[in-house]
Design a protein around this ligand. Structure first.
Ligand code: PMP
Length: 391
C-alpha cells in the first residue's frame, strides 16, 4: 500500500469495525428493506431533555452567549458542578479544578492523554466501556484487564486488583454503575481500591456517568475517600442523567497538580465545549432534580420488565443489574458466539443487541433498556420466541 495511506501504527490495536457499528448497519439494511427493528443496542436515553435546561440554553443564545467560552467551561457551570459535587458526592472541589468537556468521552480521553506514557499499565475491570481499551491503545499504554464474572454479579473486588499491580502500573479505571453490566461497586470495595491506590501510588480514573442510575445501592465517589482527592480524576456527564446526549457536555475533576495539564489537553482536542448549552446544563444541575427522579423510577420498572422476560429464556444467563440501563447476557449455552447470536436475534426477532467483544467480553451480548415499556415488552416477547426455537 502507498505509505501515505497508512494510519498511525497505533491503529493496529484499535478496532475500526465490529461492535455496535456492525449491528447498526445490519439493522439499517433490514429497516430499509421494510422490517420493523427493535433498537436495544444503543445506550441513548429516550426522554426529552429537561425544560429548565432547554429554556436556559435558548435564553443564553438570545443573551449573546454565542462565542468561545473560557476553555475550562463557563464559570456559572463550574460553580454549579462544584455545588453538585459537594451535595451529592461528598467532594470539596473548587470550580478551578473542574473542566467542562465535550461529553464524558472527551474527559476520559483528555485525562488519559494527560498522564499516560508509552508502556504504562492501566488496570481496567472487564466487561468495560470500549473507550478505555481504545484510549490505552491510542496512547501506547497497556491495558491490564481484571476479569469480573457473571456468577459474582460482575463484582469488582479490590483483592483481585492487587496481584495485577506491577512497577509499571500507573492507573486503575473504575466505572460504577458499570456499562455494560449495571454492576455497582460498594463502599467497602471502593475503600479497598483506594487503599491499593494509596499504597502503590496509583491514579484512579473514575467514570461516574451513571451515578444517578441506581435501583437500591449507594453511589460512592472514590475521590471522597481519605487520601484520594489528589490521585483521582472524576468524570461525569449531562448525557445520561438529564437525557442530554446531544448537548455533548461532561466534566472532569482533576487533582490541583494535574489541572493545568488536563486543561491544556482538552483545549488541544476541542478548544472548549459549546458555550450556550453550558447554561442549560447549569440550570439542570440546580433545578432538574424532579425530572431525574421520575426518569430513574421509570428505568427501574424497565429493568424489572426486561429481567422478568430474560429469566424465562433458559439458555441465557445474566446478573440482575443494580444500576445503569444495560443488561449483559451470557449466550455461552446457546452454542453460538456473541456475533452469531446477535445476527440470529436480529434476523429472527428483529431485535438489535451488541456483541460483548465491544466490551472486551466475548460470549455475551449487551441489551440497553432505555426504551418505553410497551416497546421493550414487544421486543422481549419477540426475543423470547426466537430463543425458544433454539432449544
Ligand atoms: N462513559 C461511559 C461508561 C459511557 O457509557 C458513555 C456513553 N455511552 C460515556 C462515558 C460517554 O458519554 P458522553 O460522552 O455522552 O458524556
Amino acid at each position: 500500500m502507498n505509505k501515505i495511506k497508512l494510519p498511525a501504527r497505533r491503529f493496529e490495536d484499535i478496532p475500526t469495525s465490529g461492535g455496535i457499528r456492525d449491528i447498526v448497519d445490519m439493522a439499517d439494511r433490514l429497516e430499509a428493506a421494510g422490517r420493523t427493528i427493535y433498537h436495544l443496542e444503543i445506550g441513548r436515553p429516550d426522554f426529552d431533555s429537561p425544560k429548565i435546561a432547554k429554556d436556559a440554553a435558548k435564553k443564553a443564545i438570545d443573551d449573546g452567549f454565542v462565542h468561545y467560552a473560557d476553555m475550562r467551561g463557563v464559570l456559572e457551570l463550574r460553580e454549579a458542578l462544584s455545588r453538585k459535587l459537594k451535595r451529592e458526592n461528598g467532594m470539596d472541589v473548587s470550580p478551578e479544578n473542574v473542566t467542562v468537556t465535550v461529553g464524558a468521552q472527551a474527559a476520559l480521553t483528555a485525562a488519559m492523554m494527560t498522564v499516560l506514557n508509552d508502556g504504562d499499565e492501566v488496570i481496567v475491570p472487564v466487561p468495560c466501556f470500549g473507550a478505555y481499551p481504545s484510549a490505552c491503545a491510542m496512547l501506547g499504554a497497556r491495558m491490564v484487564p481484571l476479569k469480573c464474572r457473571l456468577e459474582d454479579g460482575f463484582a469488582v473486588r479490590a483483592r483481585d486488583v492487587k496481584p495485577l499491580v506491577t512497577d509499571r502500573t500507573r492507573m486503575i479505571v473504575i466505572n460504577s454503575p458499570n456499562n455494560p453490566t449495571g454492576a455497582v461497586i460498594p463502599r467497602s470495595e471502593m475503600e479497598g481500591l483506594a487503599d491499593i491506590a494509596v499504597r502503590h501510588d496509583l491514579l484512579v480514573l473514575s467514570d461516574e456517568c451513571y451515578e444517578h442510575f441506581l435501583y437500591g445501592s449507594e453511589h460512592v465517589s472514590i475521590a471522597s475517600l481519605p487520601g484520594m482527592s489528589d490521585r483521582t480524576v472524576t468524570v461525569g456527564s449531562a448525557s445520561k442523567t438529564y437525557s442530554m446526549t446531544g448537548w455533548r457536555l461532561g466534566f472532569m475533576v482533576t487533582p490541583p497538580w494535574m489541572t493545568s495539564y488536563a486543561n491544556r489537553t482538552h483545549l488541544l482536542m476541542t478548544t472548549c465545549a459549546a458555550t450556550f448549552p453550558q447554561y442549560g446544563y447549569a440550570a439542570a444541575l440546580d433545578g432538574a432534580g424532579d425530572d431525574v427522579r421520575v426518569m430513574i423510577e421509570e428505568y427501574r420498572e424497565r429493568r424489572d420488565l426486561a429481567a422478568g422476560y430474560l429469566r424465562q429464556m433458559k439458555p441465557l444467563g445474566f446478573a440482575n443489574p443494580e444500576g445503569a440501563f444495560y443488561i449483559l447476557i451470557s449466550v455461552e449455552k446457546t452454542g453460538m458466539n456473541a456475533t452469531e447470536f446477535c445476527g440470529y436475534i436480529l434476523e429472527e426477532a428483529g431485535v438489535a443487541l451488541v456483541p460483548g467483544e465491544a466490551f472486551c467480553y466475548p460470549g455475551s451480548v449487551r441489551m440497553a433498556y432505555c426504551k418505553p415499556k410497551e416497546y421493550l415488552a414487544e421486543a422481549m416477547n419477540r426475543m423470547k420466541s426466537a430463543v425458544g426455537k433454539l432449544a
